[in-house]
Design a protein around this ligand. Structure first.
Ligand code: SIN
Length: 271
């Protein structure tokens, strides 16, 4: 089906498209919203250029797609906006958010459906790209016996094993148990749903078996075969579907600064 109110240009045949003809700050019409939604389902991650938006406009855009998610443990909270997180790196950063393959907050009982990141500052000399990977394609590329084996398994997602140790016990990541292969609630397609940041263990296997299987799956998911790579400019937006996409933010620009805000849209319990 073609698009009438927006222009959609695919970045690769498997994942990613740039959207033209939309000014998010001015508001999105119902027909544009329907087509943006369809473009997201068709392309898994969509990109917009030259969008100068306020925090309220950013949130209003996110609300077209669902309730906004409040991060359980934001590294960079934004005062007065619990439903926004800042994404920030500069010469003082010891680490940055998202610089390993993951699906956002997959440790939630109901992990976010999508994330909408707007960057207002990008590194002067380039770098800071974000990589996105298609988890339908990763699932479909597995052999049939492996797909059958994975179909009955669940994995624990908790994030505690990945984050730096701290003495602050008041902040705890939620913990969730989700199918290793989830069915996308809107497209009906199956996607792999394990990631290095949040997944700690496959529930039905011994620790050694779980470690070996997860490492095999991570390497498989992270192959370049089903990826696209987005080069940010000031005022670009990326909107990805966490139910079928993993992403990895490159931190190759230290000590340069990169800054923006992310609005995250609530999702439902994976099945
Ligand atoms: C994230 O939301 O995981 C960060 C993505 C990015 O900084 O590109």
């Amino acid at each position: 089906m073609s698009y009438e109110s927006i222009d959609v240009r695919a970045l690769t045949p498997l994942i990613g498209a740039e959207i033209f003809g939309v000014d998010i700050g001015r508001g999105v019409s119902n027909s544009q919203f329907d087509e943006i939604h369809r473009a997201l389902l068709d392309n898994l991650v969509i990109f917009f250029r030259d969008q100068e938006i306020t925090l309220d406009q950013h949130k209003a855009f996110g609300r077209h797609f669902g309730k906004l998610h409040v991060h359980p443990q934001p590294s960079n909270p934004v005062e007065g906006h619990p439903d926004i997180i800042a994404v920030k790196a500069d010469e003082n950063s010891k680490r940055v958010s998202g610089d390993a393959w993951h699906s956002d907050v997959s440790c939630d009982a109901e992990p976010p459906m999508g994330s909408i990141l707007h960057l207002s500052e990008v590194p002067e000399n380039g770098g800071g790209d974000t990589l996105f990977a298609n988890m339908y394609a990763a699932y479909e590329a597995l052999s049939e016996p492996m797909r059958k084996f994975l179909d009955g398994l669940t994995a624990i997602h908790d994030g505690e094993h990945f984050r730096p140790r701290t003495n602050d016990t008041s902040k705890v990541f939620p913990k969730g148990e989700h199918p290793v292969v989830r069915t996308h609630p809107e497209t009906g397609r199956k996607a792999l749903f394990v990631n290095r940041i949040f997944t700690s263990r496959i529930a039905q296997l011994s620790k050694d078996e779980s470690d070996a299987l997860l490492e095999m799956l991570y390497r498989h998911c992270e192959k370049p075969d089903w990826q696209c790579r987005f080069k940010w400019r000031k005022n670009s937006i990326a909107f990805w579907d966490n139910r079928c996409v993993m992403h990895h933010a490159m931190w190759d620009y230290f000590p340069q600064r990169r800054f923006g805000y992310r609005v995250t849209v609530c999702g439902d319990k994976p099945f």
